[in-house]
Design a protein around this ligand. Structure first.
Ligand code: ADP
Length: 411
């Protein structure tokens, strides 16, 4: 047994959150042996998997240990120190998939905006703020031009609505207060070493998303276009196929073309997310891309022939990609920690899924407000049943929240 284990090479995953967990689960299912670099031993991937190296992603000793055991290395997210990984990885001949240059290009949202321009992909207008200590005049000038509707964004380290500041002020008496907060937002970014840009507000009808997959052999597949809903900048639910719910089929073709063009132009391999806005007139704008498996593709675990996690491995390892055909209708809701004081989770805190749904629980040790703790996926046989399915999922979610509240109060 020992010999057998030693003979098999590990594939590496950097990161230990839920995306790493689901990537590692898929790897095991496929007969691969994942080695995971986790921040701490309580992270979801560390709790569920055996082969882990524990250490921060800038801990050189941990990186040495990790790279000495993993050859092909993938990422659960783009927020990594590329320079250090390049340096330490090179010592061990690590192969990063996608390449670190690609991760580095995508981890800066301003870079992404410039890439969209270069590739002629439609995206909202924006200006870059030149002086983050003193952005007042530039901000006021642009906001005056855009009817006081815009979105400030950090170029780096923003996710789940963090690093996004919405300005939707037609009301002139609130403007001074808004500007004060906007300046603070800019100064905070400066401290973190990030640039800030102001985007024109997009009065979208719906937010859409799609998972694209490009393999190292150049094969490309796209998952169906889906509708995604956010609450406070965090994904709350996803359902589709969007085309069965009234989105123009041409938009699905177009989104797949955008995804392919992006992936080909920068050499992005694996599954990746592309977020879009659908306007009232039916046209599309690209919001952003995530160079990795994405929350908007979790439904694929129960709704598609091949899920985004399996296709990620197939893509980076140069296997033929699996088909992305999906059930007639599907939905996913995120289980975000309710607004209660942090407490330790155990089995009784897992929600019960309804008859058409499945629970995916991440096994996080602590329940915290707005933390992604799991998700529910559901499928039905016809698009007309989507409202019932959403109701079933919402019911499980609401029961789960009230149970958590009840348990907390019983303490
Ligand atoms: P994150 O990287 O945190 O997901 P996003 O740039 O996707 O940040 O913004 C989060 C959410 O804010 C979006 O899903 C959307 O609801 C809203 N948003 C972002 N940019 C705009 C915009 N230009 N106009 C209107 N809403 C926007």
């Amino acid at each position: 047994l020992e010999n057998h284990t030693l003979n098999q090479q590990h594939v590496g995953i950097i990161g230990g959150g839920q995306l790493a967990l689901m990537l590692a689960d898929a790897a095991l299912r496929m007969g691969l042996k994942p080695m995971i670099l986790v921040e701490n031993s309580f992270s979801p991937a560390a709790l569920a998997h055996r082969d882990i190296v524990c250490g921060a992603s800038d801990d050189v000793a941990a990186l040495d240990c990790f790279f000495s055991q993993a050859s092909e290395v993938i990422f659960e997210n783009e927020f990594v120190n590329c320079e250090l990984l390049q340096k330490v990885g090179a010592k061990w001949g690590a192969q990063f998939l996608p390449r670190l240059e690609v991760i580095s290009e995508c981890q800066d949202k301003l870079n992404q905006k410039r890439l969209f321009q270069k590739l002629k992909l439609p995206s909202s207008e924006f200006i870059v703020l030149d002086d983050l200590q003193n952005p007042l005049s530039q901000l006021t000038e642009a906001l005056n031009r855009w009817e006081w509707r815009g979105v400030l964004k950090w170029s780096r380290m923003g996710y789940d609505g963090k690093g996004v500041f919405l300005i939707n002020n037609t009301n002139s008496k609130d403007r001074a207060e808004t500007l004060k907060n906007a300046i603070q937002f800019c100064q905070e970014a400066k401290k973190k070493g990030s640039q800030v840009y102001l985007e024109r507000f997009v009065p979208f009808k719906r937010e859409l998303a799609m998972i694209g997959v490009q393999s190292t052999l150049g094969e490309f597949v796209a998952y169906p276009l889906v509708i995604s809903e956010q609450e406070n900048g965090i994904c709350s639910r996803v359902y589709g196929p969007a085309v069965s719910l009234g989105v123009d089929p041409q938009n699905e073709v177009l989104a797949a073309q955008f995804a392919k063009r992006l992936a080909q132009s920068i050499g992005l391999v694996g599954s990746f997310g592309i977020e879009l806005f659908e306007l009232e007139d039916g046209s599309l704008l690209v919001n952003e891309i995530a160079p990795r498996v994405h929350n908007s593709g979790h439904y694929s675990q129960n709704a598609c022939s091949t899920d985004q996690f399996e296709n990620h491995w197939r893509a980076v390892l140069g296997m033929p990609l699996g088909i992305t055909q999906c059930r007639p209708a599907f939905a996913m809701v995120n289980l975000l920690g309710p607004d209660i004081p942090t407490f330790t989770a155990n089995q009784e805190h897992i929600p019960s899924p309804g008859p058409h749904s499945h629970v995916h629980w991440y096994g996080k040790r602590e329940i915290r407000a707005l933390r992604k703790l799991g998700h529910l996926n559901g499928t039905v046989t016809a698009v007309e049943k989507i409202p019932d399915l959403l109701q079933e999922l919402e019911k499980s979610r609401a029961q789960w929240v009230s149970q958590l509240m009840g348990k907390l109060h019983a303490k």
